[in-house]
Design a protein around this ligand. Structure first.
Ligand SMILES: [Zn+2]
Ligand SMILES: [Zn+2]
Length: 359
């Protein structure tokens, strides 16, 4: 009797062959006749548009509904997200919503708890049944449904023939297909797979340690800003992943640019106060753990001291946030400096082992 296989051979072979074709094809073209600079520019354009097609489109727009977008933007994401060959919006979003709901548990489709390589790529090698029950909102959008029905022809065209035809205008059809198609696809695949593997593996957890998601600025450089994954798992409704203005998050900047152009609206932002509170709670949890590791019971003055410091920090932060709206610059400055100095001493406390609270 033949043993039943659960391997999805089509995906497995595709994911193994595409990098081989991309790398070998690029080397062959480069050594045979050189690759024109226009083809490399097209490669970069395709990298970015298919990358954000997944992050700003499939992820933040369709899966999390973190903002609303106009018809041309949605079509752009359906086409270029499709060119990233990561399945249709319906399947991708269904998986992703399950990932958030059951993160690290058995049901999580790419649970890091099943191993680094499983979360990175091996989960895709397994044959899976899609019920698509958790995406009723997306099923109502006829264009999303159309993309699902014609996923294969759309993706094949957008991934390989579209760059091929563009590059054909400067006489480099093969370069368009092999460099801006195959090579770009494989690199982008692994860049976005990093979000499921490395972003649940290495980095800091400023907002929560109840799950494995990590913040990692270095990974943000390769994941179109999705490296701030600890924040994202805590506040999935927010259209941003990197919340500070200097955090490298091109997906956030693109969405903001769409808003300025009138192409996107209703951008969801978790209030600063709520984010800050979560951060302080996590700090408190850490300092308590450090003290508990010393295996001595907490002195009363420590408990009350910590509570007072925390309360005053949170109060100052909310006072300052409320004051920001007003035009009273002197009062603003005064509250800001009070808050900053309180924050500084809080950070000092957190970075130590907490003994300063009783000494
Ligand atoms: Zn995740
Ligand atoms: Zn997400």
């Amino acid at each position: 009797m033949q043993k039943e296989t659960t391997i999805n051979w089509v995906t497995t072979i595709f994911l193994i062959l595409t990098p081989i074709v991309g790398i070998a094809g690029t080397i062959w073209l480069a050594s045979d006749r050189g690759i024109p600079y226009q083809t490399w520019l097209l490669f970069l354009f395709m990298m970015f548009s298919t990358g954000v097609g997944i992050t700003a489109g499939y992820h933040r727009l369709f899966s999390h509904r973190a903002y609303k977008a106009s018809f041309p933007v949605r079509i752009f994401f359906l086409l270029f997200g499709g060119a990233a060959f990561q399945s249709s919006v319906l399947e991708w979003s269904s998986d992703h919503r399950i990932h958030h709901r059951y993160v690290d548990k058995e049901e999580d489709p790419y649970a890091i708890t099943k191993g680094f390589w499983f979360a990175h790529i091996l989960w895709l090698f397994k044959k899976r049944e899609y019920t698509l029950q958790n995406i009723p909102d997306l099923k109502e959008d006829k264009w999303i449904v159309l993309q699902h029905e014609y996923y294969l022809p759309i993706s094949i065209f957008m991934c390989f023939f579209f760059p091929g035809l563009i590059a054909w205008t400067w006489g480099d059809f093969a370069g368009g297909v092999l460099v801006a198609g195959f090579l770009r696809l494989s690199i982008n695949h692994h860049f976005t797979f990093f979000i499921n593997s490395l972003c649940h593996f290495k980095g800091s957890q400023p907002f929560s340690d109840k799950h494995t998601a990590k913040d990692n600025w270095f990974l943000a450089l390769f994941t179109y800003g999705e490296g701030y994954h600890n924040f994202h798992h805590e506040f999935q409704a927010d259209y941003r992943n990197g919340i500070r203005f200097f955090d490298y998050d091109p997906s956030k900047w693109l969405i903001k640019a769409f808003e300025l152009l009138g192409l996107a609206w209703d951008l969801k932002r978790i209030p600063d106060e709520q984010i800050f509170r979560k951060r302080v709670q996590m700090d408190e949890k850490r300092i308590r753990q450090k003290w508990e590791n010393r295996s001595v019971s907490l002195p009363e003055e420590w408990e009350s001291g910590l509570e007072t410091r925390k309360r005053s920090l949170l109060e100052l932060q909310s006072e300052w946030t409320a004051q920001k709206e007003s035009r009273d610059k002197t009062k603003n400055k005064e509250l800001e400096s009070k808050f900053r100095s309180e924050l500084k001493s809080w950070k000092r406390l957190i970075s130590g082992d907490g003994t300063s609270m009783v000494s």
